[in-house]
Design a binder for this molecule. Structure first.
Ligand SMILES: Cc1ncc(COP(=O)(O)O)c(C=O)c1O
Length: 401
C-alpha cells in the first residue's frame, strides 16, 4: 500500500502557489490609532479594514470590555448551555433583537461559525440551499457541512434563483445570500429574492455581515432597507465589522432561534463569547443606534471617494457601500499596485484568486467614518499615481516622488 504523503502534498501545493504568485502572508500590527496602523515599523493609513463606524477603539466600547472582564473574567469558561452564559450575553441579544426588529437573537463566536450552525441545524441531505454565486465562503462551507444539495445562481439574479429552486422541487428549501457582498460591495435584491422564496416556499437567510450598522434606516441593515419583515427571515449580523468587536448574532423567529440554541452543533460545542466582549458589543450597538452622524459622514466620504476616483478614470465597481473595489485584472498587476500604494503610506492589500475569480483581482478599498476627506483625497492621488506607475513598469523599491 502506498499512501500519498501529506508533507509532500503540502510542499507541492506551496510551490504551486509560489509559482502563481499566490503566497499569502500576514502583516503584524504593533500599534493602532484609528485608521493609522504601525506595520513593520512604518505608520500606514488603513483603507482595508471593516471598522466602518470607527467603534473599535471608542472609549465606551473599550471601557465596557475592561470593566466586564475585571468583574466576570477574560473568558466565559464554558459553552452557553453548560455554564458560560452571562447577563451581558442576554443584554446584548435583547438589544440586537430590538434594534433589528426580530423576535429573538442568538450569539455565536463568529460569523463563520454562525453560518455553519444555521445550515447544519436547519437543513438535511434531503433539502436544497440555493445561493448567490458570490456568497461568502462560510455560506458555501455551511451548505457542505449540512450535506444538503447546493445550487448556485448567477450574481444578484432572482430569476436564476427561481430556476435553481425549481430544479429541486422536493425537500425543504433555503435561499441564502450575502446582504452586502463582501468582495464587490453591492447589495442583494432582497425584495425580489424574497418573492421568489415565497413562491417556492423557501426560507430566506441573509448574511448581513457588512450591512448591519451601515445600510438602511438607523443602520438596521439590508433586511430593514428592503422593507422585509425581520420575523419572516433569518439574518446574520457580525459584531466584528461595523460594530468593531468580535462574534456574531443570528436573528429570527422564536421557533428557529430556539431550535438553533438547542441543536446547532457549532453552538452546543463551542465556548461562549467572553462576557466582556458581549458587554463591549452592547456599548457599540448603542453608539451605532445613536450616532447617525457616523453613517452620514461615511456616506459623504463614499460619495466623495467615488466622484474623485471616477474623475481620474479609476475602475471602481458600482457600489454605494463602504466596500469600494478597484479592479486590477490579473493578480500580478494587483500586487504591483498594492506595493506602489504602500510606498506612499497606504495599506490596501490585493484580493486575489481563489477569494475572487481569475482575472478579477482587485484592491478592496474600504472606508470608515474615521477617515477624513483629506485622507480620501490623498488616497485617490496615490491610487492614480500607482496605476500610472505600474503601467510604466514600476516595481517595489522605485523612488517615489
Ligand atoms: C459576508 C460574510 N459573512 C460571514 C463572515 C464571517 O464573519 P466572522 O469574521 O465573524 O467569522 C464574513 C467575514 O469576513 C463575511 O464577509
Amino acid at each position: 500500500m502506498t499512501r500519498p504523503r501529506l508533507t509532500e502534498r503540502i510542499l507541492a501545493a506551496r510551490v504551486q502557489r509560489a509559482m502563481q504568485g499566490r503566497v499569502r502572508q500576514r502583516r503584524t500590527i504593533t500599534r493602532r490609532d484609528g485608521v493609522r496602523y504601525e506595520v513593520d515599523g512604518r505608520w500606514l493609513t488603513n483603507f482595508c479594514g471593516n471598522d466602518y463606524l470607527g467603534l473599535s477603539q471608542h472609549f465606551a466600547v473599550v471601557d465596557a470590555l475592561q470593566n466586564t472582564a475585571a468583574r466576570d473574567g477574560a473568558g466565559s469558561g464554558a459553552s452557553h448551555l453548560v455554564c458560560g452564559h452571562f447577563a451581558s450575553h442576554d443584554a446584548l441579544e435583547r438589544e440586537l433583537a430590538d434594534w433589528l426588529g426580530a423576535p429573538r437573537a442568538l450569539l455565536f463566536g463568529s460569523g463563520y461559525l454562525a453560518n455553519l450552525a444555521v445550515m447544519q441545524a436547519l437543513l438535511t441531505e434531503d433539502d436544497v440551499c440555493v445561493q448567490d454565486r458570490l456568497n461568502h465562503a462560510s455560506l458555501i462551507d455551511a451548505a457542505r457541512l449540512a450535506g444538503c444539495k447546493l445550487r448556485r445562481y448567477p450574481h444578484v439574479d432572482p430569476e436564476g434563483a427561481l430556476r435553481q429552486l425549481r430544479t429541486v422541487p422536493e425537500g425543504a428549501a433555503m435561499l441564502a445570500t450575502d446582504g452586502v457582498f463582501s468582495m464587490d460591495g453591492d447589495v442583494a435584491p432582497l425584495r425580489e429574492l424574497s418573492l421568489v422564496a415565497r413562491v417556492q416556499q423557501a426560507l430566506v437567510y441573509v448574511d448581513d455581515a457588512h450591512g448591519v450598522g451601515v445600510v438602511g434606516p438607523e443602520g438596521r441593515g439590508c433586511v430593514a432597507d428592503a422593507g422585509l419583515d425581520a420575523s419572516g427571515v433569518v439574518q446574520l449580523a457580525t459584531l466584528g465589522k461595523a460594530l468593531g468587536g468580535y462574534g456574531a448574532v443570528v436573528l429570527g423567529s422564536d421557533d428557529i432561534i430556539g431550535h438553533l440554541a438547542e441543536t446547532a452543533r457549532p453552538y452546543l460545542y463551542n465556548t461562549a463569547l467572553p462576557p466582556g466582549q458581549a458587554a463591549s458589543s452592547l456599548a457599540a450597538v448603542k453608539l451605532a443606534r445613536r450616532d447617525h452622524w457616523r453613517r452620514e459622514k461615511l456616506q459623504s466620504l463614499i460619495a466623495h471617494f467615488r466622484s474623485t476616483a471616477l474623475f481620474r478614470d479609476l475602475p471602481l465597481l458600482p457600489s454605494t457601500t463602504p466596500i469600494q473595489p478597484l479592479m486590477c485584472g490579473d493578480e500580478k498587476r494587483a500586487m504591483a499596485i498594492t506595493t506602489a500604494l504602500e510606498a506612499q503610506g497606504f495599506w490596501v492589500p490585493a484580493i486575489r484568486p481563489p477569494t475572487v475569480p481569475d482575472g478579477r483581482s482587485r484592491l478592496r478599498i474600504t472606508l470608515s467614518s474615521l477617515h477624513t476627506q483629506a485622507e480620501v483625497d490623498l488616497l485617490v492621488d496615490a491610487l492614480s499615481w500607482a496605476r500610472d506607475a505600474v503601467e510604466m513598469g514600476y516595481s517595489a523599491g522605485t523612488a517615489v516622488a
